[in-house]
Ligand binder design. Structure first.
Ligand SMILES: [Zn+2]
Length: 461
């Protein structure tokens, strides 16, 4: 919040100049309608709302750290600079019109940052946009603290274990990745009285994280911790980096018919949706990236082909089991929209090896459910129910950590009897590790040879 005063003052001066400049701007120029700032811990995003497409250029300057954004041919009108966060990089914002008609916006930063920028065409409630993303130069600090338990456990393993000949399985903390849907630029569904899905689900997620962290042996990792947008694939990447054992994406549903209400739970389906409604919902939730704004390059990442891997089917089976328990528990609290776990092609559930579910807590478009969703007491009861379901799932599946002979490298194994193949695994070594033999492993898994693929899921007899 520190930069707020500076920014407001800066904009006051800028507005006066912009008003003057508007008088002599050519009629074809785009209008800058709004500027929104999402200042998150790992990524600061500045969004320029324009009436038409406009070209732009971004460059960085050091000492002091600044980012300069030149917008071509901008005819401005009075505007509200919008909300300014405070967890991130931004110290202030100023602007000036250049002699050649460009509008130059300068972002003053706490420290230097890498930038990327892209233009978005109209989508949902938004028109043309130019998005500038800033990432602090010094790595992913937020994530490092979130993933601490496993890393710390690995590095603090005693030297003595070097002498220990055999590998062993140890119980690890159960890590629950909690993904509050939408955020920042993308409000999600809106209630009739203006309640935003992104705010409700963040609050429920925080409550859920508190419950998870309070339970011995459990640890929560919040994928989004404030009001900023994270791309759908990035959410999955964060969960994997944290070695999550379960991924729960929290949402509030929206529909054109305000009478529709109830809770539902979804898992990924690689081959078609379980109903037309599930397909429709997946399409809408997947569009978050278009509304929230991600770079196109981010869509073509390597996860895409991993998705087709057979390993997903084991994770999906586990997802459905975990999802059933959460649905059952939610059913004690709220009317269920569907009594069964629904399936569709949700982008955010496409982690190849983490059981994942998407919980639509209630319909924010239904006036009664909007009122409930806005109340802290109901949010808490929703969080309680989800946690109850998660907890009951892990009473049956205790994740174990494989500790090798050096006590060093660890990989997650899930009991009962599943191993996800890591780089360097061989069938004979796995047979030894799980106290069985290669022939039996081949037999149980229908393998023709000893060849293994990274990510492949093996049944352990
Ligand atoms: Zn949603």
């Amino acid at each position: 919040m520190k930069g707020l005063a500076t920014i407001r003052n800066g904009w006051g001066a800028w507005l006066a100049m912009a008003a003057l400049a508007a008088l002599c701007a050519p009629a074809s120029a785009a209008e800058l309608r709004d500027v929104r700032v999402w200042d998150g811990p790992q990524n600061t995003r500045v969004v320029f709302d324009l009436s038409d497409a406009a070209s732009h250029q971004v460059f960085t300057l050091e000492n002091p750290a600044r980012v300069v954004i030149d917008l071509a041919d901008i005819r401005s009108s009075a505007l509200d600079p919008g909300a300014v966060g405070g967890e991130g990089l931004l110290r202030g914002m100023r602007s000036a019109r250049q002699p050649d008609g460009r509008l130059r916006v300068v972002l003053d930063l706490q420290r230097s940052a890498r930038t990327s920028s892209f233009a978005l065409s109209p989508q949902a409630q938004y028109g043309h946009r130019i998005v500038v993303d800033l990432k602090p130069e010094a790595g992913d600090e937020g994530l490092a603290t979130e993933t601490a338990p496993t890393a710390a456990a690995a590095s603090s393993a005693p030297e003595a274990s070097v002498q220990q000949p055999a590998a062993r399985l140890e119980q690890k903390n159960i890590i629950i990745a909690i993904d509050a849907g939408h955020g920042g630029e993308d409000p999600g569904a809106l209630g009739p009285s203006g309640l935003k899905e992104k705010d409700v689900v963040l609050s429920i997620s925080r409550r859920l994280a508190t419950l998870v962290d309070a339970e011995p042996g459990f640890k929560a990792v919040m994928i989004r911790r404030g009001d900023y947008y994270i791309g759908l694939r990035e959410r999955v990447r964060k969960a994997r980096a944290a070695q999550a054992d379960l991924f729960v994406s929290i949402h509030a549903n929206g529909f054109t018919d305000s009478r529709v209400r109830g809770s539902s739970v979804y898992t990924l389906s690689p081959n078609g949706a379980s109903s037309e409604q599930a397909r429709w919902l997946a399409k809408r939730e997947n569009e978050a990236d278009l509304v929230g704004g991600i770079e196109l390059a981010d869509k073509e990442d390597t996860l895409a082909h991993v998705l087709l891997d057979i390993s997903q089917s084991a994770a999906i089976e586990a997802s459905v089991d975990a999802g059933k328990r959460v649905l059952q528990s939610l059913g004690q609290l709220n009317k269920l929209q569907r009594g069964e776990v629904q399936r569709a092609g949700f982008m955010v559930l496409k982690a190849p090896d983490i059981p994942s579910m998407l919980v639509e807590t209630a319909f924010i478009t239904n006036p009664g459910e909007e009122r409930k969703l806005g109340s802290g007491a109901f949010q808490q009861r929703i969080a309680d129910s989800i946690f109850e379901g998660i907890h009951s799932y892990f009473e049956n599946y205790r994740p174990l950590r494989y500790v090798d002979a050096r006590g060093g490298a660890t990989t997650a194994a899930v009991e009962p009897g599943i191993h996800t193949v890591q780089r360097g695994d061989t069938l004979s070594e796995l047979a030894q590790r799980y106290r069985t033999d290669s022939r039996r492993l081949r037999q149980v898994n229908d393998l023709d040879s000893d060849m293994l693929r990274v990510g492949q899921v093996l049944q352990i007899p």
